[in-house]
Design a protein around this ligand. Structure first.
Ligand code: PHE
Length: 339
């Protein structure tokens, strides 16, 4: 019996050490230690031994079983750590390789300019208000003293939606909303996107940007308007900048002016940026029409105010010497990365 046991042990030992995978090891476990395994069979044969031999023989077989169990466990561990080692080797990362570059985003030139404009007006005491881009006819035209049959509507043809809604043609709509919701004194600006049914060319886009300004209080005059706009122009274009008022017409202001700034590029001599004029037109303005104040429930005999609407795209193209307004809306990264 002893010899048989030794033979099984020797065979098992070489088989286990030769095993190359977990599956083989499991097969060996079944072969020797399973229910029909060779060592199990030996235990079953104990009955055929003389009673006095049984304890010693039983002990031997049990020892052999334990020995083989631990041998198998050890081999399993070995295979496992070998597999981990191989896996780690296969997954090594070469930390000397150059990393992936994360492209940092930036502000669109229009947003850079808007932020600067907001800073300037906030420092003068204006707060920023917001208005919807989809407006009603009432806020965009009617209450701004532009009734349905007014010829000024021609110049501001827009995109009409269902239920009398339209895409706002001017941030002036926000004047009305502000005056409806607040009582004077009012000092507010509203920067935003506006829309007109214009053909696209180097200086026109159906989508563009304005910054509306509004001041309403007792005793506000055109001098206040000029002072605010002069200060704004100097901060945006430099302290030598001059401002020029030309008479104009807007239905919602009276009197109305068109405002030019001296060209910061040539100082007024005339160059490519100002197209030889020496001046650049940047905004429309005027004293708020009494009808508009009345429409918002503000008594024009007690209060007066001024309003202005600045073309943000114009400020952006002149500041950065951009020759074509379309570049602002095409989202070409090669263009946008320059700011
Ligand atoms: N809303 C006018 C425009 O878009 C500009 C403007 C605003 C004029 C405020 C006067 C006062 O042309």
């Amino acid at each position: 019996m002893k010899e048989k046991l030794e033979a099984i042990k020797a065979a098992a030992k070489s088989a286990v050490s030769a095993a190359a995978g977990e599956k083989e090891i499991e097969e060996l476990r079944v072969k020797y230690l399973g229910k029909k395994g060779e060592l199990t069979a030996m235990l079953k044969q104990m009955g055929s031994l003389a009673p006095e031999e049984r304890p010693a023989a039983g002990q031997l077989v049990n020892e052999a079983k334990q020995w083989l169990e631990s041998l198998i466990a050890q081999k399993k561990e070995e295979l496992k750590s070998k597999a981990t080692e191989l896996k780690l080797k296969a997954e090594t990362i070469d930390i000397t390789m150059p990393g992936k570059e994360v492209a940092a985003g930036g502000l669109h030139p229009i947003n850079i300019v808007v932020n600067d404009m907001i800073d300037i007006f906030q420092s003068m005491g204006f707060d920023v208000v917001d208005g919807p881009e989809v407006e009603t006819d009432y806020y965009n035209f009617e209450c701004l003293n532009v009734p349905a049959d007014h010829p000024a509507r021609d110049m501001q043809d827009t995109f009409y939606l269902a239920d009398g809604l339209l895409l706002r043609t001017q941030t002036s709509a926000a004047q009305i909303r502000t005056m409806e919701n607040r009582r004077p004194p009012i000092h507010a600006i509203c920067p935003g996107r506006v829309f007109r049914a214009d053909e696209v060319d180097a200086t026109h886009s159906p989508v563009f940007h304005q910054l509306e300004g509004l001041v309403v209080d007792k005793g506000i005059t055109m001098c206040d308007l000029k002072g605010v706009l002069e200060q704004f122009a100097k901060e945006i274009y430099g302290s030598d900048t001059k401002v020029r008022f030309r008479p104009s017409f807007f239905p919602f202001t009276e009197p109305s002016v068109e405002v030019d700034v001296s060209c910061s590029e040539c100082g007024g001599k005339g160059c490519r940026v100002c197209k030889g004029a020496g001046w650049i037109e940047i905004l429309g303005a005027g004293m708020v029409h009494p009808n508009v104040l009345r429409c918002c429930g503000i008594d024009p005999d007690v209060y007066s105010g001024f309003a202005f609407g600045i073309g943000i795209d114009r400020i952006t193209t002149t500041r950065y010497k951009i020759s074509d307004i379309r570049l602002l809306f095409e989202n070409d990264k090669r263009f946008l990365e320059q700011f």
